[in-house]
Design a binder for this molecule. Structure first.
Ligand code: M6R
Length: 357
């Protein structure tokens, strides 16, 4: 039930700190250590390449997941949109391991890939919110999100739960490979939960920014590099899906190769800045848009912030920055849609789970 909330989406955004804490409890053993079914870990250790298959927001979680898996387990990982992979399958490695990410566990595009990988005899894991869902039943292993039902069409808490589960899995595999001596994810995801809480507690400020930046615009851009680019893609999908503003997520450095031609006086461009090594570059790219009239906003992480940044998120482990930087973008989308008088939970032309190919 949505209780006193006007829309499920806002409730689900607010639930994210609690979802993080619940996940940490669920994936902890009696000694307080993060743990994942040993069979999953062993199968991953035997594989020479991981293929993540997903659609929409779950695909965006997969992009972040790839970075987590590669940095903690050193297993090469590819991420594919399921509707493409099934019919244009790339050359597979000798020992592939498939990870299907799906909130609902019912997405037809992803299921058709699973049917094929099963026929080929490749092992698979489904990361889903729904126990007993089709993808969960038909794959070898399942890791549950335990996020509680997600009702709003726009996915929020499932995205962050998917990333957190992949972070936990990556650390457990990395430790069993001897690459990580002392795990930090338990602590770091706890810090993430607090950081998320601080942002949702300050949502009035984000509502004001939504009015200031997005009330009359017809298009908008999110830019970032690395992890921030992946969040930019998700932020853009969320905004377009419920506000109907044409929004694109771009790799900040790629803008000048064509897209910058779209910048006009007042076009909103929102930059995500949470990665030290590329912060200056992204800011430079943002300035280029500002010089062409863009109405620019910066979402930066504490420590990398500069005077004038509109939103500063608390400092967290940079590997987990997506979990926190995405929260203000979810709220911007929510308020923008609300102010435009849209049905936030049920955007036009969309269904919660897409069961046709
Ligand atoms: O249930 P799934 O995670 O497989 O759904 C995939 C997409 O349809 C879904 O994430 C969609 O992109 C959301 N409406 C985005 O908010």
């Amino acid at each position: 039930e949505k209780g006193t909330y006007p829309y499920y989406m806002l409730k689900e955004i607010d639930e994210q700190p609690a979802v993080m804490r619940k996940l940490l409890l669920k994936y902890q053993d009696e000694n307080g250590k993060l743990t994942v079914d040993q069979e999953i870990v062993d199968t991953m250790l035997e594989s020479d390449r991981i293929y993540i298959i997903a659609a929409g927001t779950s695909y965006h979680a997969g992009l972040v997941g790839k970075q987590l898996i590669e940095s903690m387990t050193h297993i090469p990982t590819e991420v594919h949109v399921s509707s493409e992979f099934g019919y244009h399958t790339p050359l597979l490695s000798e020992k592939p391991f498939f990870i299907f990410i799906s909130q609902s566990g019912e997405t037809a595009d992803s299921r058709q890939v699973l049917v094929k990988t099963n026929a080929l005899g490749h092992p698979s894991l489904t990361v889903t919110n729904v126990a007993g869902s089709t993808l969960s039943r038909e794959s070898n292993f399942t890791l549950l999100l335990n996020a509680g039902p997600e009702i709003a069409v726009a996915s929020t808490k499932a995205y962050t739960a998917q990333i957190a589960v992949l972070a936990i899995l990556s650390e457990v595999v990395g430790m069993s490979k001897g690459l990580i001596k002392k795990g930090t994810m338990l602590h770091d995801i706890g810090i993430v939960a607090n950081a998320m809480q601080a942002i949702v507690d300050d949502k009035e400020k984000i509502e004001e920014l939504a009015s200031e930046y997005l009330s009359i615009s017809r298009n908008a851009f999110y830019i970032g590099r690395g992890m921030d680019y992946h969040v930019a893609l998700e932020a853009a999908l969320k905004l377009k899906e419920i506000s109907y503003i044409q929004t694109e997520g771009f790799a900040a450095g790629e803008l000048k190769h064509g897209t910058i031609a779209l910048i006009e006086e007042g076009t909103p461009v929102i930059a995500l800045v949470t990665e030290k090594g590329v912060a200056g570059h992204t800011r430079g790219n943002l300035q280029e848009t500002q010089a062409r009239g863009a109405h620019t906003m910066v979402i930066s992480m504490d420590g990398l912030n500069r005077p004038g940044d509109q939103i500063v998120i608390p400092h967290v482990n940079p590997l987990l920055s997506a979990l926190v930087s995405v929260i203000p973008t979810q709220l911007l989308s929510y308020y923008c849609s609300l102010h435009r008088g849209n049905d936030v939970d049920k955007p036009r032309n969309l269904a919660k789970s897409v069961t046709v190919e």
